[in-house]
Design a protein around this ligand. Sequence first.
Ligand code: MGD
Ligand code: MGD
Ligand code: MO
Length: 735
Amino acid sequence: MNYEQAKNVALRNGEQVVPTVCGMCGPGGPGGGCGIYAFVKDGRFVRVSGMDESPVNRGGVCAKGHAAPQWVYSPERLTHPLRRVGKKGQGRFEQISWEAAIEHIADTLARQKAKYGAESLAILSPAKRAYSEYLQRFLTVHGSPNYGHSGICVMQRAFAFMYTLGDWPRPDYEQGDLIIYWGRQPIFSGPVARPARAFLSARQRGARIVAIKPSVEPDAGMADIWVPVRPGTDAALALAMLHVVIGENLIDQAFVDTWCYGFKRLKSHVKQYTPEWARQICGVDSGQIVQLARWYATTPRAVIDIGNGLEHAPSASDAIRAIAMLMAVTGHLDRPGTNLFVPAPRAAPRGVALKERYDKDLIDKLVGPEFPSIFQPFLEGPSSAYYRILESVVTEHPYPIRAIIAPGTQPSVSTRGTKTVLAALQKLDFFVTVDVARTAEMNFADVVVPVATSYESGHPYHMAPGWLMATNRVIEPLGEYKSTFQFFLELADAMGYGNDFWGGDIDAAMDDLLEPLDLSMAELMSKPHGIAGKPGPPTYEKYQQTFSRLSPAIGHAPFLPQGKIALYNTTFEAAGFNPLPAWREPPESLTATPELADTYPLILSDYHTSKSFSASWQRNVPHLREIEPEPILHIHPDTATERGIQENDWIRVSSLHGFMKVRARLYHGIRPDTVMVLHGWWQGCKELGLDDYPLADGGANVNVMYSVDQEKAYDPLITAMSSQTLVQVERWEDR
Ligand SMILES: Nc1nc2c(c(=O)[nH]1)N[C@H]1C(S)=C(S)[C@@H](COP(=O)(O)OP(=O)(O)OC[C@H]3O[C@@H](n4cnc5c(=O)[nH]c(N)nc54)[C@H](O)[C@@H]3O)O[C@H]1N2
Ligand SMILES: Nc1nc2c(c(=O)[nH]1)N[C@H]1C(S)=C(S)[C@@H](COP(=O)(O)OP(=O)(O)OC[C@H]3O[C@@H](n4cnc5c(=O)[nH]c(N)nc54)[C@H](O)[C@@H]3O)O[C@H]1N2
Ligand SMILES: [Mo]
């Protein structure tokens, strides 16, 4: 509804209406949240409507968005800061004040800094949040580079694209005649409405749609072609497509001659990757590979939209580079209906990273560089891979991290290697959880800092392309806490870093950010549906400027040293990495470890996004839990029948590394050699009488199942972690 309608409804019902931004995909989650009207009755947040004026969702809201009041008032909410009194893991805490919590944390961090060096502190933050840059700023001022970013989300894609194409080219859904969704979930991945709307309108326009993924999800169900790739083998598929496109000379010769470097070497390199070779690895029929390659190359307006499904394999960088090269050799770049280079915004809020303080000394202290040190800092500043930070606590290699702050992230369910993570949390000197609700590993925390949901704080603002909107306070906080921003500002101030942190004053911090836009926070909050920037006319073929961009790494070399697309990558070569994309097996697979297939004959992988939850939270929300009440494993009926498994049976899924207990969902739309589960299961739901699942073996946390082998489980260039392994599946009672 629009603002007028919202006000009228509120008036009729005796409610107040607050225009704001949805927080259910995470605070300032990737791509921006949806605009909503939040209704308040007698001081209580009661319901939500979609905001017509928001260009992100244009009035739509998903199930998660509607469930916000149940999430906000959940019995799982944390209301007071807590300090551990029992042993680690026991869960015995005493209540302390907000000030006492800040003081205790500040004292401990200062003592540890004096004793072990500033780099002994790490802050974890896998996904991009509205407050992410403040975490980095805090670390920089403290003197640590150990921002525990990902190794699991989005930056892998950004890295492989930037160093191949000089940009991460965004799909032109509006004008594409062929749209290939590759390891991408356009229907459920929030903020829900934008990619889903693009998908459906492309469908209606008659664009051809291809979905490349191991199972049929709603997008694949509505696609013209489903390409049922085996999990973790996309690099093989992409290399074979390059083989076809180049071998059949379906390239844009003029574009290649002018803008690509190393074509001849790529051409001879990909001769080995025949569709028949790829079929054996990725399980896709070779005829389908040829057809797909020809379609893509010969459709002038063809786009590829890649997602998180490509980022979870040891060959992730090769897969993404090979896909970038498909765009390049066909000339499907920055032309109408292809993948476009996005111009930098004309006006943007002030960044808060202290880039001028990044130097070699800081970079050298990275405990487990997310990208090789010579490529650091990358776009979001220096970063260590999330898992490697935790691993260092156990191995003490290259040195042990002593303190971890986890704001809005749950390490025991979000990264592979759960058992090592739990051992690390047991051993760690100081662990601080900063969350709105009980987390999976809260019992290991020394201090628990509760924070406000975005419905309870009057900041920050929120920016999606072409839209700036304040996150307005809907209700007063329900306990003794403030926002995540305020926590870091006040902690910094208590540590003596106030000069770099607006003296701990949140209003000053927000105003400073908005200053380049000639705007104050109060002014922004007075705009009921934010400010929508008018998109300028599209511009195309920005090759020269895109290919000459400088990287932020120390030394500021260009991303593309030849000023051309790096089909042959001399930057990677000089750093000791493969200049050409190649195939690299997952740690366990049918082709890499056939000897394991007798005991573990099926491939296991997982989904990230579901229609009802975000990552590993929101299972505690009854409205959502009723939609997806239990962890289910998708298994092909033939595969199930061979094992005497029927629909809804409890089953045991075991790998070399652990086992899970989940329910069977017999599903024709999945490869018979593959089974898949949603990641992120641990949480119970009090209102529905559902208990937590165990975090390690016997629960439904898929991250216990995978290898974290130092040599085999990572992509060497971008530390992407494998989420594929081999498993056996059997009825629970049969064991
Ligand atoms: N096997 C497997 N593992 C994966 C993935 C996968 O596909 N498969 N996906 C990976 C990806 S892409 C990602 S991004 C990560 C996700 O990993 P994380 O981002 O670590 O996600 P969660 O563990 O769910 O933690 C999010 C937490 O944020 C809290 N929260 C919500 N709002 C706020 C707020 O305003 N402030 C604060 N401080 N906290 C808040 C929630 O209560 C919740 O505890 O998981 C990764 N792990
Ligand atoms: N509702 C909701 N929305 C979200 C989130 C959420 O948790 N819930 N999380 C947000 C975050 S942090 C992120 S990173 C984005 C992610 O959003 P997307 O980038 O769209 O990625 P996913 O949702 O993980 O979807 C990946 C798709 O790849 C498939 N897949 C799995 N393995 C493979 C493989 O090996 N190869 C191929 N080709 N496909 C594979 C999966 O089945 C799935 O369909 O979503 C964001 N939006
Ligand atoms: Mo993510």
